[in-house]
Design a protein around this ligand. Sequence first.
Ligand code: ACO
Length: 374
Amino acid sequence: MTASKKTAGLAGVIAGQTALCKVGGEGAGLSYRGYDIYDLCDYAGFEEVAFLLMVGHLPNRSELDGYITKLKSLRGLPDAVKQVLEIVPANAHPMDVLRSGVSILGNLEPEEDFANQQSVADRLLACLPSMLLYWHRFHADGKRIDVETDDDSVSGHFLHMLHGKPPAELHRKSLDTTLILYAEHEFNASTFTARIIAGTLSDFHSAVCGAIGALRGPLHGGANEAAMELIQKFSSPEEAIKGVIGMLERKEKIMGFGHRVYTTSDPRNSVNKKMAGVLADEAGDTHLYANSEAIEKVMWDEKKIFANADFFAATVYHFMGIPTYLFTPIFVCSRITGWSAHIMEQRADNKLIRPAADYIGPGLQTYVRIEDRR
Ligand code: ACO
């Protein structure tokens, strides 16, 4: 079989099987282990979804309570991790901070045995927000914050550490919903990276570090930050429309739009858009939400390209006072669940992932010794 332009970037190639997530199809067009994401957003919390993805079924009340208590007990950071976070420069990219945090944790608390994989996953899910916000608050405010808050949920814990007080329920619930929407998405680039690393029988932390690196790029998770920068550039919807048309004429990409798998809409967008509208009203927004809607409309009118999960997530985060450079790391705090479930699924029926390439270089050459070369 030879590669062609058709399979560039492995587009449309079935690269394996998964029971975790279906992208496209009935209902919302996105389901986790058979549950429609719209039902999960309406009725479940992020911890319930994390349990569903990793353990394999919806938890009953006592399983969920036990899981929440367990995650709360795993939020603390070893002193050595705090020391590393303090010496990482204030102007470092927070995705690099998380990648380094996971890496150092892998040295301090290595995965001794694959039998402990669920414990490693739970530890990372519980302490990634602690790492991120310990680093952020240390460098932004000069404070060594307590990373063990009383909040039950990951979303409450995150916003409490960020703002130094428990969040309003509207904000907590909105963040929680975005965590559910970001939790899992089949063989996306970062998840596939994690599976490739897991497929070599490497350790859990290495697979997660690789996944964070893949998610960092603007063609993947980094799009939410780029989307906010774009939305904020314009002072009115009219200016936004003009600006975006100009960018399209210059063949620039508009971040937060388009998708490799979906063709007409991203099912996560309608949920994010609704939340963005509510939060914009609450914040007394004068133009950002209107700019976002105008950009969404002009992208569809001009190119038939739709907003993906990242576009309105950016506005949601903005209106709850989250600095733009923390947007993509929030994605990590959520997607750790999907990555972990995929690492476990890969290991359960492992086969080294090693495709082949079409060689397009020169034919066999005669080697010329260095002293004889011109
Ligand atoms: N802005 C402008 N044009 C676009 C966009 C966009 N956001 N997305 C796709 N297009 C155009 C391309 O220029 C290309 O046009 P052409 O055929 O005239 O050259 C065509 O649509 C196909 O686009 P590709 O980039 O080849 O499609 P691919 O499937 O490889 O890429 C991707 C999908 C990477 C998501 C792309 O749509 C993109 O770059 N979007 C912006 C980045 C982004 O928002 N990423 C987040 C993805 S979702 C997530 O990670 C949660």
